[in-house]
Every structure is written in C-alpha cells, then in structure tokens.
Ligand binder design. Structure first.
Ligand code: HAM
Length: 430
C-alpha cells in the first residue's frame, strides 16, 4: 500500500490490459501503413498561444479545460496538449516538410490532457489515435481520412456505429450565417442558458449542438446552415458523400453538427457508438484549411483529419466482447532452480537462452521449487527447464512441456534447438 493514489481523471494501464491495447494499436498501425500514413510524435506540451490560436479562444477546451503553467516566471506560458492537430501542423510547418513532399499523411497514438469533470469515458489524461492529411483537402482526401477511421473500426469488428456528417461551408458562408443566426436568436436571448449566452457573441454556431433540450427547442426553428452554403461548399460536400456512399460507408447528414473546435470548415464529422454511455462520441474530425494561416503560415495549407478516443474505443470493444483475453503472453521457458546454491549457473543458462532469442524467465525471489513451478504455470510458460546439481554434473537438463507434462532430459544445445524451433513456429502463427 502506498499513501498515494493515481491522480483524479488519470488511470494506470497494467500488463493484462496492455495486451488489449497492443492488439488495438497493432491494427491501427497496420492499417495506417495500408493507407500510407506515417507515425509522428510531438511533445506533450506546446506554447499556450498555439492552442488559443488554433482551437479557438471561445471554445470550452481553451476557455476552461487546459492545464497551463509557466515553468518559471520569465518564460512563456506552456500547456499540456489538449489535442494533437495543432501540434502536428506546427511541427510540419516548422520543419517545412512540404518542401520534400507536398502531401504529408501522418498518424499518432498519443496522450492528451483536458481538465474536464472525470466520469466513465471522460478522463483528464486520455489517449487518441488519429490521422492528419496535410497538403490536400479535396473531397477524396477528406473521404480517405474517414475511410481509414472506419476501416479500423471495421477490422476491430465494432458494431452500433453512427457516422454523422455536415458541411460547415466556407468562412464566408459561416460569416453570413452567423449574422442570420444571431438575428434569429436575439429575441430568445432571455431564454438562453448561460453557456449559450456566452456563445451568442463569440460563436453562436456552437448553440446549434447544445445538449440542453430547451436550447434544442429554440434552435429547431433557427435558419439552417445548409441553406446558406455557397455553390462550392455544396459541390464539395456532395462529392465527399458520393465517395463515402461509393465505398459502402453508412452515414447520416446532421445539419446541426458543429464540433467543439473552431478550426473546421467545409466537412466535419463525428462517430458515436451505441455501446458507450453518456460519453458516446468515439471520434470526430473534419477539414481545416485555415489552421496553418492561424499559426502564421504565409499561405493556406489544405488539410483534413480525425481523432478517436482510445479509452472509449476499448470500452466499446469490451462491451461488445471484441477484446482478446487480458493475459500477457507467458515465456517460452521458466527455469526452475531446485537448490539455490546453483542459482548462478542457472542464471548463466538463462542468459544463453535469451541470447539465442528464447523468451526465458528465472525465479529471482529464491522461492521453493514448488512455488517456482506454480509461478511457471501461472505465467503460462510453455515449458520448464530444471537446473540443479545433478543436471549440471550430467549436462542433461529435464525440459518439461507444461501443457502435456511430457518431459525429456536434453543437453543444453538440444534444449536451445528445441525451444528455438518452438518459438519460430509460434511467431509464424497469425
Ligand atoms: P475531439 O472531438 O475533441 O477532436 O476529440 C476526439 C475524440 O477524443 C472524442 O470523440 C473522444 O472519443 C476523445 N476524447 C475527447 N476528450 C476526451 C476525454 N476527456 N476523455 C476521454 N476521451 C476523450 C479532436 O481532438 C480533434 N483534434 C480531431 C481532429 C483531428 N480534427 C482534425 N484532425
């Protein structure tokens, strides 16, 4: 027992659960390769202005959810990243990656930090897998990021998914619409809740996706964003939808979908899953051509991407019984040392086996032979190798198959040959 507990809103992932995480991550990395996305890692903190400029000063994330601090009085304020998109764009612009290739396709599995009220599926430290396609935002590029995301879900076998999609139009479309929406909402101002009043001036579009039924009622009579889209936005949206339909991806158009980050234009989307409770948003994303300009780039960088909450993904998979058993793989061989005076010899043998690439465990706690055998079985070791005084004198070591209990005394070279062969066959298995 320790007097310390894990910080509220964060959680430990132990080896048994890691087996499940690794399984999901392996599928993500493999499909990233299939779609041509390469992995990127960026620092967990960035200068605070990066997020203020990109996510938007009026958003919940920037307004109240960021972990921000000054490392020392004289330095600039820094923030633990609440999302990845801004940091990835910053990194690519800083390194001028576009000089070598005009389209950059990057993916990540990374930890994020948001100061939200913790509850099931909502943490203060959480993990996202996501992808950013920078340098193109044609309908095909937007469709491609959605296809990557949906193929991951498909490969994992997830059910009960709902992909909602909307077009937020161009910046001009939204400017015109914002004015109309404000005129409509103004006579209802007295009935708006606190959050909506705050959004009324700064970003009235966010009132559209309020979860408050009273707000939804007011908004139901509001002018519709999709009726204010210009020709270009309409054409672009139709093409994105055409690509998705052509690939057999189910979606529904949700004209009220706005998203909680300010950098989107044109297509935005969200995926939810019926297996999740109140926090049913599994992932989301969209197109964000003007983010680079906000970050000081002299020109626009067409871009689109998405991110999916890993913890929520695992919760949904757990509920749908899609996760592998949470048991870490056992070693190939567990070395049993019946008499501790021969431990050092056994330790040398363990080193030889490991040098030969054989997964080897040896008891380090000086336990009895019975306890060592029990431990070997608990760990699901494939076999046990006995190294005692007699064995060292004769040069023949009993190797016991723990599944069948078959046992054979072999020279060390024969043991290595046998176990190597077994581990090659095991790694070849799908
Ligand atoms: P987001 O919608 O803020 O988008 O987050 C994406 C996903 O991260 C959510 O759907 C949810 O599954 C998960 N998530 C968010 N907050 C939490 C939390 N407190 N606890 C657990 N899971 C959480 C973005 O972050 C954008 N950067 C997505 C994107 C990428 N857009 C373009 N490129």
């Amino acid at each position: 027992m320790s007097s310390y507990q894990v910080v509220k809103g964060a959680r430990d992932i132990f080896p048994d659960e890691m087996v499940q995480w690794n399984y999901v991550e392996e599928v993500i990395c493999r499909l990233a390769g299939v779609f041509g996305f390469n992995e990127i890692r960026t620092p967990v903190f960035e200068y605070t202005e990066l997020f203020q400029r990109s996510i938007g000063a009026s958003t919940d994330i920037v307004g109240k959810e960021m972990f921000t601090f000054c490392p020392d009085g004289s330095e600039r304020s820094i923030t633990l990243r609440p999302e990845m998109t801004a940091g990835v764009m910053r990194a690519v612009l800083q390194k001028n990656l576009f000089a070598s290739a005009p389209v950059q396709k990057l993916y990540y599995i990374s930890e994020l930090f948001r100061k939200e009220r913790p509850q099931a599926g909502r943490q203060r430290q959480f993990t996202q897998f996501g992808a950013e396609l920078l340098g193109a935002s044609s309908p095909a590029a937007v469709a491609e990021v959605i296809m990557f995301m949906m193929q991951v879900f498909g490969e994992l076998g997830l059910d009960g998914l709902r992909l909602r999609i909307n077009s937020l139009g161009s910046a001009d479309d939204r400017r015109r619409y914002r004015e109309e929406l404000r005129s409509y909402l103004a006579p209802h101002y007295g009935m708006l809740d606190q959050a909506s009043r705050e959004r009324f001036e700064k970003n009235p579009l966010r009132i559209l996706d309020s979860k408050n039924p009273d707000m939804q009622e007011i908004v139901s009579g509001a002018p519709k964003l999709h009726e204010h889209l210009g020709d270009e936005a309409r054409r672009d949206f139709d093409q994105v939808l055409g690509y998705l339909a052509g690939r057999g991806i189910d979606f529904s158009i949700d004209h009220l979908l706005v998203r909680g980050l300010d950098y989107y234009s044109y297509t935005a989307f969200e995926v939810s899953c019926t297996a999740l409770g109140a926090q049913d948003a599994l992932g989301g994303g969209g197109r964000y051509d003007s983010l680079a300009l906000e970050l000081g780039s002299p020109k626009e960088v067409p871009a689109a991407g998405f991110a999916v909450g890993m913890e929520r993904l695992l919760i949904a998979m757990q509920k749908q019984r899609l996760l592998p058993e949470a048991v870490p793989p056992g070693p190939e061989v567990f070395i049993i040392v019946p008499q501790q005076e021969f431990f050092d010899h056994a330790f040398d043998i363990a080193a030889r086996l490991r040098s030969a690439g054989i997964g080897t465990t040896i008891d380090l706690a000086g336990r009895s032979m019975k306890a060592q055998l029990r431990e070997a079985n608990r760990m699901r070791a494939a076999s046990a190798l006995f190294v005692g005084g007699d064995e060292l004198a004769s040069g023949l070591f009993p190797l016991k198959d723990l599944a069948s209990s078959a046992q054979e005394a072999l020279s060390l070279d024969a043991v290595i040959g046998r176990l190597r062969h077994a581990s090659i066959i095991k790694t070849r298995q799908p």
